[in-house]
Design a protein around this ligand. Structure first.
Ligand code: KPL
Length: 311
């Protein structure tokens, strides 16, 4: 099975590298021609958790060359793994996804935050859409090199139930498992997305604002107070929108800070590199949910405004 991975960031390259190493035919679609050429020429360098580095060959193209690539190889993909950031899901990309996919294609979306699934379901009504949540840690260290920084778990499940395809989902499950991923199918993807959102809503903006690692965040009483208040507000909003929380959410936030203690959050990393952050789809998305329910969201509004000042 050919697996098309759209996005050459850390999560895209981690999946591409592990899948290619396990013998799958992988095609990576990147935003820049330089990255596509490097991946095509030199393959992907994957640094595993034990520090060993292995190369794997794959095919890579720039999204801007989609038309000419499809003219030569029009075979419709069984699976597309969409790993780009929320901010990159614009009209142009949606149009390209429409052209890349066929009537039997399924797409797994691995974005942080909320908003993308509704947008994609509306724009691509024929596609079987799957929502995914992953806790794998990865860092892109070169245009064609990625370091696996933490073992995680991937959950995925249907986002538009009428298009659910059991054969295709089992195929992807097996392929990902054979590539060494811990992966499970879930019928509760909305809850899983909301639980991850709750964690990201507290850790990401505060680490970006204070310019500190995840581990440093809860190491000061005043920061703990801010974390707790933002957690409380966010969990009230998401619970009003039917989130079912498995376990103690506040403890989960602290556990993630501890488990990823040396990491820089993706939002801080974006701020430091001058890239657009995902604030509009994390805390901005929560403010939008609050508005729908007529609940105030002063802290989510405030961190959204502050992070926008930084980016
Ligand atoms: O998902 C993350 C992110 O940085 O986006 C956390 C869980 C906060 C780990 O860094």
């Amino acid at each position: 099975m050919k697996i098309h991975i759209v996005g050459g960031g850390a999560i895209g390259l981690l999946h591409a590298g592990k899948l290619a190493q396990s013998g799958q035919e992988v095609i990576v679609w990147t935003r820049t021609e330089t990255q596509a050429e490097l991946l095509q020429k030199e393959g992907i360098k994957l640094e595993a958790l034990d520090g060993s580095v292995r190369n794997a060959a794959l095919n890579s193209h720039s999204l801007s060359n989609l038309e000419s690539v499809l003219a030569e190889d029009p075979e419709e993909p069984a699976w597309i793994l969409l790993t780009v950031k929320q901010s990159h899901i614009d009209e142009l990309l949606v149009d390209r996804l429409k052209r890349l996919s066929g009537p039997h294609t399924a797409m797994l979306c691995l974005q942080n935050g909320i908003g993308h699934l509704d947008k994609l379901a509306h724009a691509l009504p024929k596609l079987a859409l799957y929502a995914g949540v992953t806790s794998e840690g990865a860092r892109r260290i070169e245009e064609n090199g990625v370091r696996h920084t933490g073992k995680g778990q991937l959950w995925f499940g249907p986002a538009n139930w009428d298009k659910k395809d059991e054969n295709l989902q089992n195929l992807l499950l097996n392929v990902l498992q054979s590539a060494g991923f811990s992966v499970g199918l879930s019928n509760q993807m909305r809850d899983r997305i909301y639980q991850k959102l709750l964690i990201n809503a507290v850790i990401n903006p505060l680490t970006a604002i204070f310019d500190i690692t995840n581990g440093e965040l809860p190491r000061h009483p005043s920061r703990i107070k801010l974390m707790q208040s933002l957690y409380q507000e966010t969990s009230t909003i998401l619970t009003a929108d039917s989130m079912m929380l498995a376990g103690d959410g506040w403890q989960l936030v602290l556990d993630v800070c501890e488990a990823t203690s040396a990491n820089v959050s993706s939002m801080l990393s974006d701020v430091r590199s001058g890239r657009e952050t995902e604030i509009d789809w994390i805390n901005g998305g929560i403010s939008a949910v609050a508005k729908r329910h007529g609940i105030p969201s002063p802290l989510n509004d405030a961190v959204t405004a502050l992070v926008k000042q930084l980016q």
